[in-house]
Design a protein around this ligand. Structure first.
Ligand SMILES: Cc1cc2nc3c(=O)[nH]c(=O)nc-3n(C[C@H](O)[C@H](O)[C@H](O)COP(=O)(O)OP(=O)(O)OC[C@H]3O[C@@H](n4cnc5c(N)ncnc54)[C@H](O)[C@@H]3O)c2cc1C
Ligand code: FES
Length: 316
């Protein structure tokens, strides 16, 4: 049988529209794809990803490079780097679709340091779309979204996708971070002195913050915040679902939580990825098998989104 995903991905060029710092180490990069990329990405789903070739992008001015990254920033970049999207806008034009993609990235190594220097008009090579995204169950009426750290962009994309394509679905978002400073979104002080996440506010999606050190929102893990919230709500298993992306311990906690409330749950897993297309086997995820033992699936090709019940977690 033909592999539909393999046929529907390719290498193409994107033009940088803008590249702005949101806060601390987080930036927002907006790209416009060429005709080939726009055709490939017109039906992309939240949770899918792309790979950027940043090997020919130069380093920013030394003063812009965070001090702790100055030594590693100079390393040569051999491999493309994977990124999800926080939004995808498809505009139908007479000559074909025009796709604009927003990527939120965190600066933490040689490739992401180089991304800081991208400016409007620059062109970069993109490979994608890759992987399998979140699938929206039929009749979904209540979506509970959990985002943690670098895993937040696809959750924001899922929120805007549900708003656009499933208007009857009630969405509540929960965002976890180590501290207020490391929240990956734009934050403002709301009417009642609580902090508001502007990206979710713009979508009219209610959002809740949890921080490990209590510097913003709930003091504790985001999964504990959601547990308290679910105890006060009635989310029906046949019309509600949990969707999450973040570090593995958070995903393991989310899987337990969803199980306790008998809710279906999809999680987007994080793995270091070399090829991104199922060739190098570097991104294995251990999955429970029907026979009672385990098998391996590739995060880049079979995921990154998996049913939470299927995954065997190693960092719980
Ligand atoms: C499917 C997928 C989607 C992603 N989406 C985003 C996104 O939307 N925004 C974003 O900022 N980042 C995202 N990432 C992570 C991003 O690919 C890495 O941050 C980037 O490759 C780092 O490159 P670098 O050269 O700057 O740093 P590197 O030197 O490659 O990495 C620096 C350190 O970051 C950690 N790290 C890097 N990649 C991963 C990973 N995949 N899982 C766990 N730890 C990692 C490691 O500890 C590593 O030592 C995604 C990764 C995957 C697999
Ligand atoms: S990254 Fe190479 S097989 Fe997944």
């Amino acid at each position: 049988m033909e592999d539909k995903k393999a046929v529907n991905k390719g290498i193409f060029e994107a033009e940088v529209l803008s590249n702005q710092q949101i806060r601390q180490c987080y930036y927002r990069l907006n790209l416009q794809f060429d005709a080939k990329g726009s055709r490939l990405f017109q039906n992309v789903t939240p949770g899918q990803f792309l790979e950027l070739d940043l090997s020919r992008v130069s380093l920013p001015d030394a003063s812009m490079i965070p001090a702790h990254l100055r030594d590693t920033a100079v390393k040569q970049i051999l491999l493309r780097r994977p990124f999800s999207f926080s939004d995808v806008i498809v505009t139908p034009l007479s000559e074909g679709p025009c796709v604009k993609v927003e990527i939120m990235y965190c600066v933490l190594g040689p490739a992401t340091v180089r991304m800081m220097s991208l400016k409007s008009g620059d062109r970069i090579s993109v490979l994608g779309p890759l992987g399998n995204g979140f699938s929206i169950p039929q009749g979904l009426k209540q979506a509970v979204l959990l985002a943690g750290g670098m895993g937040s962009p696809p959750v924001l994309h899922l929120a805007s996708h549900l708003k656009r394509h499933h208007p009857g679905c009630e969405i509540t978002a929960f965002v976890g971070a180590k501290s207020c400073e490391s929240l990956p979104f734009s934050v403002r002080i709301g009417d009642h002195k609580g902090l508001v996440l502007e990206e979710f506010e713009m979508l009219q999606v209610p959002s809740h913050i949890a921080t490990d050190d209590g510097s913003a929102g709930y003091h504790g893990f985001v999964t504990d915040k959601v547990r308290h919230w679910l105890e006060d709500q009635s989310v029906a298993p046949d019309s509600g679902a949990v969707f999450a992306c973040g570090p593995e311990p958070m995903l393991a906690g989310t899987a337990r939580l969803a199980n306790d409330f008998n809710l279906p749950c999809q999680i987007s897993m994080e793995r270091m990825m070399a090829c991104g297309i199922g060739l190098c086997q570097s991104c294995a995820v251990e999955i429970k098998s029907d026979a009672g033992d385990t098998k391996y699936r590739l995060c880049c090709k079979d995921g990154p989104v998996f049913d939470a019940n299927d995954v065997l977690f190693h960092k719980a």
